[in-house]
Design a protein around this ligand. Structure first.
Ligand SMILES: C[S@@+](CC[C@H](N)C(=O)[O-])C[C@H]1O[C@@H](n2cnc3c(N)ncnc32)[C@H](O)[C@@H]1O
Ligand SMILES: [Zn+2]
Ligand SMILES: [Zn+2]
Ligand SMILES: [Zn+2]
Ligand SMILES: [Zn+2]
Ligand SMILES: [Zn+2]
Length: 1004
């Protein structure tokens, strides 16, 4: 019996759910970083549609509980490329028996911890045990790790001999701190290049600009408050807008410091302790105790935290940032937007003016030396200045901290502040560095060398030779101390759960993390990109973590707990009156005795019998999983190598990986072969009626063709293809179909071997294909995919899928008029043209022209009615059909002279006449040799483009040459010629006269 997915898929609904999901993965998928994660709703729908019989309403099933569903419980599912575990998790939810395989030990570990049965209370106990475990210093792990990231709060951490400012804060006081109670959230670091001028050799800091952070907080204020003394009005801000704690280090833009939309208004801050505000006109201290009774409004205040390149002060600018600023500490001017890095990858030496590539400076260093780095700023958090806040600890226990005892600039910023690096901060760092040197031998950290590879090559070029060099000494000290303590946990399951939190902490605590202002003033982990991009400036996170900070161990543990909670209380998202709501299910996600996760090569690990294979295979060279995963692996194996044999090698397996990777000599062919091998295994272990369903990215290039080829080669036929896109619908309507990036769901089943041996002509199969596509269009119109309309782009993909079904059904047995096998690539081109035509309602080609050559196809559908065309339009029109170059070589178009080559000129028939004369003189012989078998009639133009015949005839007509002679020559093509001429006449009125001439002769 057919399954639902063989007939239809809820494309519209699932696309709508996939978009928000990709922006916020469900908790279980946030436990870990894995590359190129897929939206889980897609896989839930795939699983249900595969297991449920045809005709089932899948969206209804999607929102049902399947704890006791005979259609899903106990069904055997295989995922040979489980990656981050989407199929595994979703299948377990439905009560399936899952087998998951991945070559990569890190992926295996991630999936294992995701589905490991875990008692949340025990997990919390394990965390507490870890937190309190003593390091050899006698401190607890938590205390120890936090102690390396303490700093003096510029507001309240100063030594007491510095007098209080009015209002209680201590103002400018970055030295002599005797109280360092504030936590460092981030330390900002910059690398320096060494000037490559041999006479200079100075260190040049690699700042691309001097902006540390930017924010526009909203604050409350009293508009037009009247000064009791001078009667002038001003904005009385009753909340401070400041990202720094030192009052004297803020400079105001006279134009708009009052705030957005407050133009030139003057303003003053009301002090909540003294109840005073100094009039900005006459300096009179207005006392305003009855603030409650005054009418208040809200406004936004733009703030920028800047570094001074002259004195290294960290100061604040309030109002719109100008081109030039003057440092309030040293009074020197500079331009905050211009550092020593004029463009990516290069630097300019401010002393001698030499401009060079950064990489050249690195090349001049000894092999084992990295570029020097130095810290230049801190973002900290002071619990005291945070004042009255409710703090949630890991276990959601809320504690209310004491009331603020002084009015503080950073109160409104939750006690967070930016400050300069002072000597005691440096000392604290150096102490950690020394400790690391002393203790490193006794602590676990990776000692492996970074191997050369597609991604890692860059690391080597930048002189990172060991994995541990991707961390600074303080990070190494903390991470290895933490790892050692995790290793002391006796409960293996708990040890692995803690290790899982450690894994995420690695990602965000290394010298490849970058602060992003546009991303919300926070640090991004190394794998916010899928590569190893060395950074010229980086942020050092607080590994254990205080109240703030991104992806600290504390945060990560919290995420882990949420992920595990999700296992026992999963939810699905749903649109309800245009809002997204979550609906809980009773299903649970837990590994069971009938489910197995293997770390191994899918080419030889698969065994058993499966009902369905559901997977997301690797995508050519898009992500080099094993090279990237080594970053995690080298740490993980320190605790796991003795327990699991696949963690004993020094690095993750590379040879067996299915990937395209030139550095490691892995070609597109190897990739295709690898996939074929795995599909063959799947074929072997899949029951006769089983399905293979997988997602795959669809883009330009050969990867998709390789994939289709591999599936067909392994004995499968492709039954359907469904599009999943990442764009929201509103943006889709504006875009053309080709620009959308797609993930395609492929549904495949075993090919019938008997039917497959009989040779079929391509022309005949094409006729079947066209009929099938027309039938599908009718089904779509009748509501096969639900009542909501599909986008034209989606219809296009679905139709291509339906066409592929017939091609793949006869795979290897389809021959052209010469008896040669029609390769997939060629078949795809004509399928694409056919589908385009079937759904192009603007300029439909007459049915007689449905099988013309690609050049004529593009000419008729998109070039014939104009003289010039934009290059992106040509791109669209040719994509998947032929190369743009092909059009130029064919002579129908040339590069435009105007607009810097972004346009093409369409050649007119007269311009082509001379060339065509030469061409046809030479080629007439061929026409006589054309075979004329009835089914082969469509291949008549295989050697010559129809548009050439048409243009030549028009050229002859314009030159009043003997047309009859040539019409005779082309006689086998006359039916197409006539139809083409009628079509062109309508599209381009300037062709009227010559066409009329030709047509009148044909009619005779
Ligand atoms: C596209 S990823 C899967 C992503 C996953 N669906 C997710 O949502 O996270 C493909 C996986 O194939 C794995 N892989 C590559 N070659 C393999 C092989 N020979 N055997 C098993 N797995 C392999 C890679 O390690 C990678 O994790
Ligand atoms: Zn403070
Ligand atoms: Zn006044
Ligand atoms: Zn300065
Ligand atoms: Zn220089
Ligand atoms: Zn304070």
């Amino acid at each position: 019996m057919k399954k639902a997915i063989e007939e239809s898929f809820p494309i519209v609904e699932i696309n709508r759910l996939a978009v928000p999901e990709r922006n916020a993965f469900k908790p279980i998928y946030q436990m870990h970083k894995w590359f190129a994660r897929r939206a889980s709703c897609v896989f839930r729908a795939i699983l249900l549609a595969s297991m449920k019989p045809a005709g089932t309403n899948i969206m209804e099933e999607f929102y049902k509980d399947h704890t006791n569903d005979p259609d899903t419980n106990g069904v055997k599912i295989l995922d040979p490329f489980m990656g981050g575990g989407t199929t595994v998790v979703e299948a377990l939810r439905l009560g399936c028996h899952v087998t998951g395989i991945d070559l990569n030990p890190v992926a295996w570990f991630i999936v294992k911890t995701e589905v490991e049965p875990v008692d949340i209370d025990r997990l919390r106990d394990a965390f507490k045990r870890l937190e309190e475990r003593k390091t050899h210093t006698g401190k607890s792990v938590k205390e120890e790790l936090l102690s390396h990231y303490k700093t003096g709060c510029p507001c309240c951490g100063a030594s007491s001999d510095i007098p209080l400012n009015k209002g209680g804060s201590r103002g400018l006081s970055f030295c002599n701190n005797n109280k360092e109670d504030a936590d460092i959230i981030y330390t900002f670091w910059v690398k320096s290049a060494i000037c490559t001028n041999p006479n200079c050799k100075r260190e040049v800091t690699l700042f691309s600009n001097y902006i540390i952070a930017q924010k526009t907080p909203t604050i409350r204020y009293v508009p037009d408050y009247e000064c009791t003394h001078c009667k002038k009005v001003f904005d009385m801000d009753i909340e401070s807008a400041s990202l720094i704690a030192e009052k004297m280090l803020t400079v105001y833009n006279p134009k708009d410091a009052a705030g957005v939309l407050r133009s030139h208004k003057r303003w003053a801050l009301w002090d909540s302790m003294t109840h005073r505000a100094a009039c900005p006109w006459c300096s009179y201290e207005n006392v305003e105790a009855e603030i409650k009774s005054l009418k208040k409004a809200k406004k936004k205040v733009p703030l920028a935290v800047l570094l001074c390149p002259h004195c290294y002060a960290v100061w604040q600018y309030r109002g719109t940032l100008p081109e030039e600023v003057s440092c309030p500490a040293c009074k020197k001017d500079y331009s905050p937007n211009r550092g020593n890095v004029p463009e990516k990858g290069s630097f300019v030496c401010p002393s001698c003016g030499t401009k060079d590539k950064i990489i050249n400076s690195i090349r001049k260093l000894p092999q084992e030396q990295l570029l020097p780095t130095s810290p230049y700023a801190i973002e900290g958090y002071c619990p005291e200045c945070a004042g009255e806040t409710f703090r949630k600890n890991l276990f959601h226990e809320v504690t209310k901290s004491r009331r603020l005892t002084h009015s503080c600039m950073i109160n409104k910023n939750n006690g967070k502040f930016f400050k300069r690096i002072n000597p005691s901060d440096l000392k604290r760092y150096q102490d950690a560095e020394k400790r690391w040197e002393k203790e490193r031998d006794a602590l676990p950290y990776p000692k492996s060398v970074i191997p050369d590879g597609q991604e890692t090559h860059r690391l080597l070029e930048h002189h990172y030779r060991y994995w541990h060099q991707m961390f600074n000494p303080r990070q190494l000290l903390c991470l290895s101390t933490l790892l050692k303590a995790i290793g002391e946990e006796e409960d293996q399951v708990m040890k692995e759960m803690l290790l899982s939190g450690f894994l995420s902490t690695l990602e965000s605590n290394n010298v490849f993390c970058r602060y992003t202002i546009s991303g919300g003033n926070k640090s991004q982990g190394i794998f916010s990109r899928h590569d190893f991009q060395p950074k010229i400036s980086f942020t050092e996170n607080n590994p254990w973590g205080s109240c703030y900070g991104h992806s600290t161990f504390r945060n990560n543990f919290e995420k882990l707990t949420e992920g595990k909670n999700f296992c026992y209380k999963p939810y699905d998202r749903k649109y309800s009156e245009n809002k997204i709501i979550s609906e809980n299910r009773n299903e649970i996600i837990e590994a069971n005795n009938d489910s197995k996760m293997f770390c191994g090569n899918s080419r030889n690990t698969i065994e058993g019998k499966f009902n369905f294979v559901i997977t997301d295979p690797p995508y050519a060279g898009n992500v080099n999983y094993s090279e990237l995963a080594d970053f995690f692996y080298v740490w993980l194996r320190l605790l796991l190598s003795k327990t699991y044999p696949h963690f004993s090698p020094e690095l993750t397996p590379k040879v067996e990986e299915i990937v395209e990777n030139p550095t490691r000599g892995k070609t597109a062919k190897d990739y295709e072969e690898g996939l074929t091998n795995v599909w063959k295994k799947c074929h072997e272990y899949l029951e006769a009626q089983g399905l293979v369903v997988f997602t795959f990215h669809h883009a330009e290039g050969g990867a998709w063709e390789s994939l289709l080829e591999s599936v067909c080669n392994a004995g499968f036929l492709i039954e359907s293809v469904y599009p999943i896109h990442g764009e929201s619908e509103s943006s889709l309507h504006l875009m053309d179909k080709q620009a959308i990036s797609y993930d395609l769901i492929h549904v495949c089943k075993k090919r019938n071997r008997v039917a497959n041996t009989k040779k079929r002509s391509w022309a005949g199969v094409r006729q079947e294909i066209r009929a099938k596509a027309r039938e599908e269009i009718a089904m779509i119109e009748a509501g096969r995919y639900g009542s909501e309309k599909l986008l034209p782009a989606d219809i296009n993909i679905i139709l291509i899928g339906k066409c592929l079904e017939l091609y793949s059904k006869h795979y290897g047995a389809i021959v052209d008029h010469n008896g040669d096998i029609v390769p997939l690539q060629k078949a795809l081109v004509s399928i694409r043209m056919m589908v385009e035509q079937l759904i192009d309602t603007a300029h439909p080609l007459p049915s007689e022209l449905e099988h013309i050559d690609p050049v004529s196809y593009v000419y008729f559908t998109c070039l014939c009615d104009r003289k010039e065309i934009q290059s992106d339009e040509v791109h669209k029109a040719t994509r998947g059909i032929l190369e743009i170059d092909g059009l130029i070589k064919a002579g129908v178009m040339r590069k435009g002279r105007a607009k810097r080559g972004r346009t093409y000129e369409v050649k007119q028939p007269d311009e082509r006449y001379k060339d065509l004369q030469v061409f046809f003189k030479k080629d007439t012989k061929n026409f006589h040799q054309l075979k004329l078998l009835p089914e082969m009639e469509e291949e008549r133009f295989d050697n010559v483009a129809l548009v050439d015949i048409i243009h030549y005839l028009m050229g002859l007509a314009n030159a009043s040459e003997n047309l009859m002679l040539w019409l005779n020559e082309f006689k086998q093509a006359i039916p197409q010629v006539r139809v083409a001429l009628e079509y062109l006449k309508k599209r381009n009125p300037t062709f009227q006269i010559p066409i009329q001439k030709i047509v009148s002769l044909i009619e005779v």
